[in-house]
Structure formats: structure tokens, C-alpha cells
Design a protein around this ligand. Structure first.
Ligand code: FES
Length: 72
């Protein structure tokens, strides 16, 4: 799905850039892909894609975290 028409950027490209460059904000995504740098109409949708990717990242980290031992 196209998120930013002005710069021809899709949601998949945003997710890929976030993974490859460890991006975590609209500002960082804008610097890499130009999302929101023209008319700005894509900002809300881009934030939703970014939030979804950050949520996925948090779930993966949670799955791979070591459980903390509870002292009796
Ligand atoms: S649609 Fe993204 S800057 Fe215009």
C-alpha cells in the first residue's frame, strides 16, 4: 500500500527501512525515505505503520527475553 504518494513510498518500504537502519520515529523515516517531507498528508498513516512496526519489534524482544528468576 502506498503511504506517501509524493515520494512513492509504501508501508513495506517503511518497515524494511526501519529494520535495516534501526529507525524508530517519523523524523528518522523522513530522513531516510522522504516520507512526509512534501505535503505532509501521509504523516498520520506513516505514524500508524511505524507504531505497528515498533509493536512487532517489542513483541519479538519480549519473546526472546530471558525470564527473571523470582526469589522465594
Ligand atoms: S503524501 Fe507524503 S509528503 Fe505528500
Amino acid at each position: 500500500m502506498f503511504v506517501c504518494i509524493c515520494n512513492n513510498v509504501t508501508d513495506g518500504q517503511i518497515r524494511q527501512a526501519m529494520r535495516e537502519h534501526d529507525l524508530c520515529s517519523l523524523r528518522e523515516v523522513r530522513e531516510h525515505l522522504g516520507v512526509g517531507a512534501q505535503c505532509g498528508r501521509c504523516a498520520r498513516c506513516a505514524r500508524q505503520v511505524i507504531a505497528g512496526e515498533l509493536e512487532r519489534r517489542a513483541q519479538v524482544e519480549l519473546r526472546h527475553s530471558v525470564p527473571i528468576a523470582v526469589a522465594a
